[in-house]
Design a protein around this ligand. Structure first.
Ligand SMILES: [Zn+2]
Length: 603
C-alpha cells in the first residue's frame, strides 16, 4: 500500500484538516528541505481528493536569529549574527528587502515549479500583528510547567529564573543573545548577555519591556506549540532529527497537552535526504541546493524522487550516471505501467499521478540514456531524431517534456558528469580499444560483415548484434564492451541498436574492422574442450533441433592446428556456435568420426 494511504487512514476525514510545515531562511535551502514540502503536498492532494476541507500552510521562520553564516558569505553577514533574520540586509546586489526574503524566495520559486502552492505566512507578521500575544502570555505565565517538561522529557535542567522567550535587544537589535528572567504579566525583564551563545556576542544591556507585538519570540519548540494552538494545525511532519524520543517534537507535544490541553498534530516523521551518503547541510555548502536540483531534474522527476520511497527510508541521492539513468528509467516504468498496463498496482499508479506537477495524462517520454547519447553526438538534432522515432509527430506535451529532458541532460553533462561518464563519439580509434582481446576484435569484424545486409532499424540492429555474438561466439557483456570501447572509449552505454541508428554505416564498418587480430589467438580464446561441448549439448538436448559440424583443416605447416565448429540450432530458431580445436588434423578427423557415430549427425 502506498505509504500515504496508510497515513491518511488514520485521519478523521469528516473534520477539517490543517497541514503545516516551515523553514528557517538562513541560507540557500538544500534539496533535502524539499522532502517534507513534497510529503506534505502529497498528503494535501490526497485529502483534497477525498473531499476533506484541507489547508496547507507554510511558515517562514524569519524571526529566528542568524546563528550560522551562509556558505561563502561571511564578510557580509558576520556583523549581523544574533539578529532576527528579517532584520538582516540581503547580500549586496539583491533586490530583496532582507536576508529572509532573499533566501525564501529562491526556495518558493521551486515550490511553484513543483506545483506546490501552500498558503505562506511569515513569523515577523504573526508576531508583529499580535496574533501570538495571547499564547505568549499563557506560556510565560506557565513557565514553571515548561521547565518541568524540559526536565522530564528531554532531561535538560533550566534554572528557576529561565523563561521561554527572547526579546529583541533595544540597544543592539540582537535576539539570539537575550535572556528573559522575569515576567510580571505585562513586561519581561531581560539581559543581553555577551556569553549566552558562542556564535554571537550580546551588548550587556539590561531592560524591561512588553513581550508582545513583535518585541520578541518564543524558542522554537514553544513556537511550534504556539503555531499548533493558534493556527489550529492538525498534521505536521518533521525530519527524523526532531522526532527522536525526548527530542524537540516530544517536548513541544507535551507542552501543548499540559498548557493548552490539546492533542498535538499527527506527526509524519521522515528520514534524511543524503547526497553520496552525507547529510546535506546548507552551512557547509555541501551537496546541492533545492534551486540547483530543480534546475537539473524535471519537476515531476524531483517529486518522484521525494515521494517514491517510504518517508521512513533515507534517500541516498547521487548524481552519477548510473543513479540518474535508474531514476529516469524507474519514472518511465511507472508512467508506462500507469497508462499501458491492464493491471497496474495502486501503489505505482498513485505514486506516478502524485509525481505529476499537474494532471497531464499520457505522453511520450524519450529514453534518458538515448537522449544522453544524442545530445553528445555531433551534428544531431535530438528533437528531430526523437520525432522520427516516435512514429507519429510529437504533441505539444511530448515536446515540452522532451525539451525539459534535453535541458536536464545538458545540465548533468556540465555540472555532474565525470569525464569517463561522458559519451563522446571517438573520431579516431581510441586508446582503450587497444586492450580489446582477439575474441572481441574478431566479433567486431564479424559484426562489420553483417551490417551491410541488416535493415537500419534499431530493433533489427540490436537483434543482429546478439546473433553475431552467438555465432562468434562471445559472451554478450564482452561483445557490448567491445562496441562501447571502440566507439566511445568506455565500457558501457545506451542500447547499441538505438545508437547505431544515428551513426553512419560506413563509419561503423570501417571502425569495427580497424583493429587487426590473430586468428589463432581468436580460436584459442573462443574454444571449449570436447568434454565441455558434450556437457553443453547434454544440458540442452531437449531444445536442440539441429547440429551442423564444420571442420577447418590446418592450412599451413607452420601452425599445426585444426578446428571443428558446431552450429547448434534451438527450438527458438536461434543458432549458437561452439568451437573445439585440435593439435592435429588426424585428431580432429578421429573425433568427428566418433561424434557423428554417436550422435548420428552427418557432416
Ligand atoms: Zn544587546
Amino acid at each position: 500500500m502506498f505509504w500515504c494511504n496508510e497515513l491518511i487512514n488514520g485521519i478523521n476525514t469528516q473534520l477539517p484538516q490543517i497541514i503545516n510545515d516551515s523553514k528557517t531562511p538562513s541560507g540557500r535551502a538544500h534539496v533535502g528541505a524539499l522532502r517534507g514540502v513534497v510529503i506534505h503536498d502529497v498528503i494535501f492532494r490526497l485529502l483534497r481528493e477525498k473531499g476533506v476541507a484541507v489547508r496547507y500552510l507554510y511558515g517562514v521562520d524569519d524571526y529566528d536569529p542568524l546563528d550560522e553564516l551562509p556558505y561563502g558569505k561571511d564578510e557580509h553577514f558576520s556583523q549581523y549574527l544574533g539578529m532576527p533574520l528579517c532584520q538582516v540586509p540581503p547580500p549586496p546586489g539583491s533586490q530583496s528587502g532582507d536576508m529572509a526574503d532573499y533566501y525564501i524566495s529562491e526556495f518558493f520559486s521551486v515550490f511553484k515549479e513543483l506545483g506546490i502552492h501552500p498558503e505562506t505566512y511569515r513569523m515577523r507578521d504573526i508576531y508583529r500583528s499580535g496574533q501570538f500575544d495571547k499564547v505568549i502570555d499563557t506560556i510565560l505565565c506557565q513557565a514553571n510547567i515548561v521547565r518541568q517538561i524540559y526536565k522530564k522529557v528531554s532531561k535538560s535542567e533550566r534554572p528557576a529564573h529561565w523563561y521561554p522567550f527572547q526579546v529583541i535587544c533595544e540597544q543592539c537589535g540582537r535576539i539570539g543573545t537575550t535572556e528573559v528572567s522575569d515576567y510580571d504579566g505585562q513586561e519581561v525583564t531581560y539581559t543581553c548577555r555577551p556569553d549566552l551563545v558562542k556564535w554571537a556576542k550580546g551588548c550587556g544591556y539590561q531592560g524591561k519591556m512588553s513581550p508582545f507585538r513583535g518585541n520578541g519570540k518564543l524558542p522554537w519548540k514553544l513556537e511550534w506549540v504556539a503555531k499548533w494552538q493558534s493556527l489550529g494545525i492538525t498534521i505536521e511532519g518533521a525530519g527524523k532529527d526532531h522526532a527522536t524520543k525526548g527530542g524537540s517534537r516530544d517536548v513541544a507535544s507535551q507542552c501543548l497537552r499540559d498548557i493548552f490541553h490539546r492533542e498535538p498534530p499527527l506527526n509524519v516523521p521522515y528520514e534524511f535526504f543524503l547526497v553520496g551518503g552525507a547529510k546535506m547541510s546548507s552551512s557547509r555548502g555541501v551537496g546541492e541546493s533545492a534551486r540547483d536540483m530543480a534546475d537539473f531534474l524535471p519537476p515531476e522527476l524531483l517529486r518522484f524522487l521525494m515521494i517514491r520511497p517510504h518517508p521512513k527510508k533515507p534517500i541516498n541521492f547521487s548524481a552519477d550516471e548510473e543513479y540518474i539513468i535508474k531514476l529516469f528509467n524507474e519514472f518511465d516504468r511507472y508512467h508506462e505501467q500507469t497508462y499501458h498496463r491492464f493491471q497496474v498496482s495502486e501503489e505505482i499508479k498513485q505514486t506516478y499521478l502524485l509525481s505529476e506537477v499537474t494532471p497531464e495524462g499520457d505522453y511520450f517520454n524519450a529514453n534518458i540514456q538515448l537522449l544522453q547519447a544524442l545530445v553528445q553526438m555531433p551534428h544531431i538534432d535530438p528533437v528531430r531524431e526523437i520525432d522520427l522515432r516516435k512514429g507519429s509527430s510529437l504533441t505539444p506535451v511530448d515536446l515540452k517534456h522532451l525539451q525539459r529532458r534535453i535541458e536536464s541532460v545538458k545540465y548533468w553533462l556540465s555540472h555532474y558528469a565525470q569525464e569517463q561518464e561522458k559519451l563522446q563519439l571517438q573520431l579516431t580509434l581510441p586508446v582503450k580499444a587497444q586492450e580489446l582481446t582477439a575474441l572481441q576484435r574478431a566479433f567486431l569484424h564479424q559484426l562489420a560483415q553483417a551490417l551491410p545486409t541488416t535493415d537500419w532499424i534499431d530493433d533489427q540492429l540490436q537483434t543482429k548484434i546478439f546473433e553475431v555474438a552467438r555465432l562468434t561466439p562471445i559472451k554478450q557483456p564482452l561483445a557490448f564492451q567491445a562496441i562501447y570501447r571502440i566507439l566511445f572509449n568506455r565500457d558501457s552505454g545506451p542500447k547499441a541498436g538505438n545508437l547505431f541508428m544515428f551513426l553512419n554505416q560506413d563509419f561503423l564498418i570501417q571502425r569495427f574492422q580497424e583493429l587487426p587480430y590473430s586468428p589463432v589467438d581468436f580460436w584459442q580464446e573462443s574454444c571449449i574442450t570436447t568434454q565441455q561441448l558434450e556437457d553443453w549439448l547434454q544440458e540442452h538436448k531437449t531444445t536442440i533441433t539441429a547440429i551442423k559440424a564444420i571442420p577447418h583443416f590446418s592450412l599451413k605447416e607452420s601452425h599445426d592446428m585444426s578446428m571443428l565448429e558446431f552450429a547448434v540450432t534451438f527450438t527458438d530458431h536461434k543458432t549458437y556456435l561452439q568451437r573445439v580445436i585440435f593439435e592435429q588434423n588426424a585428431e580432429m578427423e578421429h573425433y568427428l568420426k566418433k561424434f557423428s557415430e554417436q550422435t548420428k549427425i552427418s557432416v
